[in-house]
Design a protein around this ligand. Structure first.
Ligand code: ADP
Ligand code: UDP
Length: 238
């Protein structure tokens, strides 16, 4: 049985612990919420429990459909066992519709449809505010090989096809989201981190109601209720 050992990292939303098995870590999901590179801080009651449940469900769905993820098992309300990886310092953002920083950068209306999804890369760096980088930067900077970039790209398109359909069937438009990938000691690449309303823009079909972290970022109210609603729509239970 996997047992929790010492803490190795505490981030803004999660804590990572070593386990008795060097192949695996435990991700503990906190209720802490941050936005604008942690300039705004708060708590979303039970967010950790909901995000653990939603992420576990989505990782299992992706695995069933041929995506290699770091997910091993959900251990309890707030903990998930995952493969220990070296995370590429790259945040991959997939956009199925205009919103957030893209709307701001290009002076476009949020909600504008796109002819095809947009893929963007950002350097995962809190001190630098996650600056945008080009698709060729990770290889040029020695973070990834060309083959690794190509593999990640291929996985992202697979994930996007599966996830847009997954949310669509549950009455939600998947507007945009962030993915992280990492590799194990053997060089195998896995989808990592979490998939939850913290890192996805999710708009309810029909009403267009925002059901994600924008409710916290933009002080829209009903934050907890929205996370609970997404959890119900995704998992069928709370
Ligand atoms: P942040 O580091 O941005 O504050 P979190 O609070 O979510 O974010 O912390 C979780 C950290 O764990 C992230 O930095 C993420 O890249 C990292 N991580 C996610 N999955 C794994 C994994 N399987 N192995 C190692 N690190 C991981
Ligand atoms: N995102 C994230 N972490 C980040 C940056 C973005 O999870 O550090 C997610 C965000 O929730 C949204 C998508 O990636 O679903 C695109 O974010 P955007 O670039 O529009 O930035 P934002 O306006 O959210 O800061």
């Amino acid at each position: 049985m996997l047992t929790r050992k010492e803490k190795i990292y505490e981030g803004k939303a999660k804590i990572l612990y070593k386990t008795n098995d060097p192949m695996y870590l435990i991700q503990y999901f906190k209720d802490d919420a941050t936005a604008f590179n942690a300039k705004k801080k708060g708590t979303i009651v039970n967010k950790g429990i909901l995000n653990n449940q939603m992420s576990s469900f989505i990782f299992q769905f992706l695995e069933k459909n041929g995506v290699k993820t770091h997910f091993k098992e959900k251990l309890n309300d707030r903990e998930m066992a995952v493969r220990a990886l070296k995370i590429f310092p790259v945040e991959v953002v997939v956009r199925n519709c205009v919103a957030g920083s893209l709307a701001k950068r290009l002076g476009l209306e949020e909600g504008m449809a796109l002819q095809q999804p947009i893929l963007e890369f950002f350097y995962k760096s809190d001190p630098l505010d996650d600056p945008m980088i080009s698709e060729t930067a990770p290889v040029a900077l020695g973070w990834m090989t060309q083959k690794e970039v190509e593999y990640v790209n291929q996985e992202v398109w697979k994930v996007n096809k599966l996830m847009t359909q997954f949310f669509d069937e549950r009455g939600i438009d998947l507007i945009d989201y962030k993915l992280e990938f990492g590799k194990d000691a053997q060089g195998n690449i896995f989808l990592a981190d979490e998939i939850s309303p913290d890192g996805c823009r999710l708009w309810e079909k029909g009403t267009g109601e925002k059901l994600d972290k924008d409710r916290f970022r933009r002080d829209l109210g009903k934050v907890e209720e929205s996370y609970e609603k997404v959890c119900r729509l995704i998992c069928g239970t709370l």
